[in-house]
Write a protein that binds this ligand. Structure first.
Ligand code: SAH
Length: 245
């Protein structure tokens, strides 16, 4: 069936908060469906409510402000990661944080925390945070996930570190560490990763993380840009967790 080819399935995915048998696309999702994808009555789509479920549905009508949708069936996605991974990253300049959010969503993180730290030069506000959530949702749709990683902002570095208290592995990418304090080989269990902003970390910040149970990780002898470090560390962790095979 042509409407089930890969591209259509990736494009016709919409996040919606509460799903009932008769529902409607509104706001951004409505405009995208109507003006960009030009969906019409009879178009087949998939609805996602962020729970991990996917609902097949059909457009039953297009109004001025909303698209009416009838839900046909529900399936559980098998594309969600089996292990919970949280990425904590310093706020980056320009659109670099967006890049990290997009790649992290594709690689399978469950949560993303953006923090401010001592040498952090970028700032966050409501608009930027909303923009990051949008990037997360778009990336999730594009890679066929049914859950978009949630984005939080932490004003203090300590709050960010404490937000991942219950995680089994807590890894801190430290650019001034000559050697990793532990191996990532065979890693298993929930994992939290911390990567600094362009300005990097202070000795005190590393000491604080150590006191909270983090393990220092070196990514080699070269200093990577923050976005490279985040994507590289996340890729290695996801590989070891069996998510990239
Ligand atoms: N301004 C710093 C570099 C910061 S790099 C300096 O000049 O030293 C940004 C972040 O990427 C770092 O805080 C760290 O979390 C991560 N990173 C970059 N290179 C790394 C490496 N070789 N090992 C571990 N972490 C690294």
């Amino acid at each position: 069936m042509p409407s089930h080819n890969k591209q259509t399935m990736a494009r016709n995915r919409f996040f919606i908060d509460h799903i009932s048998e008769e529902t409607a696309l509104t706001g951004d999702e409505f405009r995208h469906a109507k003006n960009v994808l030009r969906l019409r009555e009879g178009s087949e789509i998939f609805l996602l409510d962020g729970s991990g479920a996917e609902y097949s549905a059909i457009v039953t009508g297009v109004e001025r402000e909303r698209m009416l949708v009838h839900v046909l069936g529900k399936t559980e996605s098998d594309r969600e990661p089996r292990t919970e991974v949280c990425l904590l990253v310093g706020a980056l300049k320009g659109d670099k944080t967006e890049l990290v959010v997009q790649k992290a969503a594709e690689l399978g993180v469950s949560h993303i925390g953006v923090f401010s730290s001592r040498y952090c030069a970028a700032y966050m506000n409501e608009n930027k945070l909303e923009r990051l959530s949008r990037v997360s949702r778009e990336a999730a749709k594009q890679c066929m996930r049914s859950v978009a990683p949630d984005i939080s902002y932490f004003e203090t570095f300590e709050d960010a570190l404490k937000s991942v208290n219950g995680y089994q592995n807590k890894l801190f990418a430290c650019e001034f560490l000559a050697k990793s304090e532990g191996s990532l080989r065979g890693l298993s269990g929930t994992s939290a990763l911390v990567v600094g902003s362009e300005g990097g970390f202070s000795e005190e910040e590393f000491a604080l993380a150590k006191s909270l149970g983090f393990t220092g990780v070196s990514l080699g002898k070269r200093i990577l840009r923050a976005e490279t470090a985040a994507i590289a560390l996340l890729s290695v962790v996801m590989y070891e967790l069996g998510e990239l095979q």
